[in-house]
Design a protein around this ligand. Structure first.
Ligand SMILES: Nc1ncnc2c1ncn2[C@@H]1O[C@H](COP(=O)(O)OP(=O)(O)OP(=O)(O)O)[C@@H](O)[C@H]1O
Ligand SMILES: [Mg+2]
Length: 439
């Protein structure tokens, strides 16, 4: 249940309860007002009739006058009744403006009041009867009560509108806040919130903006550090390759020369030992060459990304002739040398992973030129993740993290997707030269 629904729902329930209590109190109060009013009016009427009867009434004419004095009275009706219980004359209640609805009248009607006064005229004994009639009073009370209830209803509606506006305003801010946080979690450290509105929101927005600015600084310095680490690693790799080349190369050559001399010896045993040493030296030389190629593969980028990737494919195709390699490489993907280097390394490690950890029959390499970034993808059908072959053949699970680090130095990112249990697809996104220059 959303927060908005909870807040508005509880306020609506509270308002409804207060409306209910208010309405009940209103009805109870109105009921007592009607009762008191009718009783007072009735007592007044009784007193007035009693006063008249105390004087010496000699004729029915006087009694008729008494009854007609009640004509148009709002709460009490009078009637003159003869011995046979026939109404000789009766007064009428004043005209009702707007009678109250029946349900309200039923709630309000007090117990009926009536009084009879016997007049013992010698020739004409009769009775003056007074009865209460609350309709007019109930109509008045209905007028006031409905006005008061309408006012309460309007107050509740206004409160509800004001609260929903305030909640919607607050939630709008929190939605912006949430969008900002999501942007930050995706690395969008340029996200900022408008510092306006109530002071609490201004403080939150300022805090958010400060955090985003700090994260941006950290991310930039982290990127710079990664670039430094990357170039130091490259330098070390190049240094190791150079040392290996310079130190091991001459000795290998010397061993070969010496072995050749031994191989030409007149002594057959020495000759065969010389040949064996020469073969072993040749073997070591092939391996060292391979290591040097691995340490300094980037030099193949001198001829461009496409030929370098062609070399990689040829490297694996020689060892795995059963695998079909497909490649779609954009003509000018818009990468500088650093970008090409990272793209190359990603393809290199992905190919190596595909053949080492799966059993692919097909590997597809795509380098696509997208509007504001370059996508490098390597997809295989080798069985998917978790298809570890016997022996593992892992050098410490540093391949994927290495790819991410290299991408991080350029501000790129990557995903590792499992293609429906059939294989793995590595997709890396590199910013183009333009973005790199700004960064
Ligand atoms: N194409 C793939 N097919 C199947 N499994 C894969 C594939 N790519 C990666 N993996 C799995 O992901 C794991 C991590 O790969 P990563 O390249 O980081 O490490 P590694 O290859 O095991 O070791 P290293 O690359 O350091 O020699 C691998 O051990 C493997 O289980
Ligand atoms: Mg690997």
């Amino acid at each position: 249940m959303s927060l908005q629904f909870r807040v508005l729902g509880s306020i609506a329930v509270l308002l409804l309860l207060s409306l209910l209590c208010g309405g009940t109190l209103l009805i109870l109060h109105a009921r007592s007002v009607v009762e008191v009013e009718i009783r007072t009016a009735f007592q007044g009427a009784e007193n007035s009739v009693r006063d008249t009867l105390q004087s010496d009434v000699q004729h029915t004419v006087t009694m008729r006058q008494v009854v007609s004095s009640f004509e148009g009275q709002r709460h009490v009706r009078a009637a003159l009744i003869n011995e046979q219980e026939k109404v000789i004359v009766s007064s009428e209640i004043g005209r009702l403006k707007d009678p109250a609805p029946q349900w309200f009248a039923r709630l309000m009607t007090p117990p009926p009041l009536s009084a009879r006064f016997n007049i013992k005229l010698p020739q004409y004994p009769c009775v003056v009867e007074l009865t209460s009639d609350p309709r007019s009073e109930i109509a008045d009370v209905w007028d006031h009560a409905s006005d008061a209830f309408l006012a309460m209803l309007l107050f509740c509606a206004a409160t509800m509108t004001a609260v929903s506006l305030a909640v919607a305003y607050a939630l709008r801010f929190f939605r912006r806040f949430q969008t900002g946080l999501l942007a930050i979690s995706d690395g969008g450290y340029d996200a900022r919130l408008d510092a306006k509105g109530p002071p609490e929101f201004v403080a939150l927005a300022k805090g958010f903006n400060h955090m985003a600015a700090r994260l941006k600084t950290f991310s930039e310095s982290n990127q710079r550090l990664q670039q430094q680490i990357h170039s130091i690693q490259e330098e070390e790799r190049t240094g190791i390759a150079r040392d290996l080349h310079d130190e091991v190369g001459p000795y290998l050559f010397a061993i070969q020369v010496d072995a050749n001399i031994l191989a030409k010896s007149a002594e057959p045993q020495t000759r065969s030992m010389g040949a064996a040493i020469r073969d072993a030296a040749l073997h070591v030389q092939t391996h060292v060459k391979e290591i040097l190629r691995q340490l300094r593969p980037v030099s193949s980028l001198d001829f461009g990304l496409e030929p370098a990737i062609g070399d990689l494919i040829a490297f694996w195709a020689r060892r795995h002739p059963d695998i079909r390699f497909a490649r779609h490489i954009a003509a000018t993907p818009g990468l500088d040398r650093r970008g090409e280097d990272v793209a190359y390394r990603i393809v290199q490690e992905s190919l190596s992973n595909a053949v080492r950890h799966g059993k692919p029959t097909r590997i597809e390499i795509v380098i696509a030129d997208l509007p504001d970034q370059v996508m490098v993808s390597v997809a295989d059908d080798g069985g998917g993740l978790g298809q570890e072959l016997a022996g593992g053949m892992s050098l410490g699970q540093m391949g994927l993290s290495g790819m991410r680090e290299r991408l991080g130095t350029l501000g790129g990112h990557m995903t590792v997707e499992e293609v429906k249990g059939t294989g793995v697809c590595i997709r890396a996104f590199l910013p183009k030269i333009r973005e790199l220059e700004i960064a």
